[in-house]
Structure formats: structure tokens, C-alpha cells
Design a binder for this molecule. Sequence first.
Ligand code: ATR
Length: 288
Amino acid sequence: MVTKKAAVIGYPVKHSLSPAIHNYWIKKYGIDGEYGLLETKPENLEGTLRGLKAYDYAGCNLTVPHKVEAFKYMDRITDAAKIIGAVNTVKVEDSGSLTGTNTDYIGFKDNITEYLSKHHPEHKMEKAVIIGAGGAARAVVAAVVAMNIKQIVVVNRTRDKAKILKNELSSFSMDGKDYSADIIIGNWKDRNELLENADLLVNTTILGMEGQNPLDIDLDYLPDYALVNDIVYRPLQTELLRKAEVRGNKVLDGLGMLLYQAVGGFELWFGVKPEVTDDLRKLVEGNL
Ligand code: ATR
């Protein structure tokens, strides 16, 4: 009999990579558990969440379109979920109450810091340019603020959305620590020149995804030592990463953030902090 269960709740949900990730770790760490899919229409979200305890779920992940709606049904919300404005991970407490958190911020941060400490420990992080100001950008900007990067430039096609993000993320408290940064808003038309002296460039928009246009950006101003991270993972090599790689930049695709964001949920539900390894990456790449 399976003792610990978790699942991803979404609509549609069948393309989710979370089952491959968590079931790999369940097997690797010899856990008596199972991670499944719970396809749930928006009108049934409350019922599914409230039913988790009765069906012996330790928790769940939430994906499109439930990440914001889910706030209503949480009994407790962590700082990370509040600051990012979305719940992607839920823990069912022993009492049956639901705690909503967000692991995207830590996933982005750990992916970058693990890569740099392993391969480029000398890499400085003084200026970051973040393209986009949507939902995904919030987790990325919160992370670069928490990484103490001095100069953070946010560039979005719709400038007003970048302004809102600046207002909300220039200073915040998370888990008892205070963070602040002077976020600069760049004009969309200046996105090429703004890359001057950048140590990190991140695409958080949907541009470059399968079925979308590539991100239209000229990398001539970007230093050749800069790290370029695209959070898009379908396809793994976006046009942005291809261009960056050709000119000798360090590149990180979007799968890393997805794998590292899964660590927090697994630990909450199954009590083991799992490792992101090359074997796991290969397995998940095969599911793309
Ligand atoms: P997500 O939650 O995945 O971040 P989102 O909140 O819809 O999705 O945000 C999408 C991001 O892609 C936004 O930064 C959006 O820019 P706008 O705020 O100007 O809409 C950006 N984006 C989408 N299509 C774009 C395009 N054709 N050119 C430039 N930016 C685009």
C-alpha cells in the first residue's frame, strides 16, 4: 500500500514534467510513495484541494491555470508565495490545513548558483538584465534581489508592468530576512544597449517558446563572459541561447530551474532533500 502521495494539479496537465522528476527521486531514495496527475478544471479546484487530506496526499504542485486562484483556498501562505504572487507548491499539514508556497524563486537561484560555483566560481554578479515582467519574472527578480546583485535592470515591452514589479519587489522580507535593491526600468527599445557590462541576462518572457517568435535582441553589447539563462525549456535550446553560445557566452537552459524548483516540494512531502543530478536531467530531457 502506498503511504505517501503527491500530484500536480492543472488543466491541462498531461504534459507536466513533474511526475517524471518526483517519481525518479521516489525510486532513487526508496520512498514508499507515488506522484501523479490530477487534471482539474478551474471550477473544481477548491474541491480537489480540500479533498487532498481525505485521499492521503502529502501535498501537490499547482500549474496553469491554478497558481493564483489557489490563494483563496490556502490556510497559510509563505512569504515566497506572497512576494511572487503565485502558489506552485502545497503542503497538507497533519491537521489537514493547507500551506501554499512558491519554489520558483529558490529554483532559479539554486540553478544559477550551483552552476557557477561548480564551473565558474570566479564569475562576478554585479549587473543583471531581466527581460520580461510577467508571472515568471517575479520569481526571477525576487531571486536576483535576494542574491544581492547591485544593479538590476528590468526591461519589458509594456513598461507599466515593469513599474509595478519594481514597486513590489524593490524591498521585501522573506523568512525573517530583509532584502532590498535599486531596480532600474529600461525601455524596450534600448534593450540591446542595456546589456553593456551585464554579468547575467535572463529571458523570462514567452518569446522563444515553441510556437512563439524568438526574442528579438542583439547581443553585441553583452560582455562575452556574461551568463545567459533562458527560462523557456520547450525547446531546450532557444534562439537566444544559440546566439549566446555561438559568441562564447556561458548558457543555462530552462530545465535547470524546473528541476531545482522541484527540490523544495519533494522535501516538504517526503522528508528527504533530493539531489539534482545529470541522470535526472537526462531522464527529464527524454520526456520533453
Ligand atoms: P508568464 O506568467 O509566463 O511570465 P505572462 O505573465 O503572460 O506570462 O508574461 C509574459 C511576458 O512575455 C510579459 O513580460 C510579456 O510582455 P508584456 O508585459 O508587454 O505583455 C512578454 N511578451 C509576450 N509576448 C511578447 C512580445 N511579442 N514581445 C515582447 N514581450 C512579449
